[in-house]
Design a protein. Structure first.
Length: 128
């Protein structure tokens, strides 16, 4: 069973895990890449080699934590516009916090401005 979470609950849970997935489009097709993230002031920040493809676009970001036994846990999805972080002080701070999962050229720091935040707690049900 799914129990819907509020926006604040969802962002708080998202802040408790270090890795999620950014979903963006490449030639009108969906693409997904795992990335590290932080939640900063209600926004999701990532550093990734696909940042240039994401900047200025609507993206989705999803992370979850599932119970070890496959029962219980939660999932959160944030949808919004991705923008490059350009401020030198912010960039320096995020570079210390977020090491990209992929060592590649062209790493960009991207801030996702959440327009839609959905979260669900996976509630185990008992068999009848």
């Amino acid at each position: 069973m799914l129990a819907e979470l509020s926006r604040p609950e969802s962002l708080k849970l998202l802040d408790q895990v270090p890795i999620g997935r950014i979903v963006y489009t490449v030639r009108a097709l969906p693409a997904t890449v795992p990335v590290r993230h932080v939640v900063d002031n209600g926004m999701v920040v990532v550093r990734t080699h696909v940042g240039a493809e994401c900047a200025g676009s609507v993206v989705a970001y999803q992370a979850d934590h599932l119970g070890d036994d496959g029962h219980g846990g939660w999932t959160v999805t944030v949808t919004g516009v991705a923008r490059r972080v350009l401020d030198p002080e912010e960039l320096a701070a995020y570079e210390k916090l977020l090491v990209p999962l992929v060592d590649a050229d062209g790493v960009e720091t991207i801030r996702i401005y959440p327009e839609i935040v959905t979260g669900y707690r996976l509630v185990p049900t008992t068999a009848v």
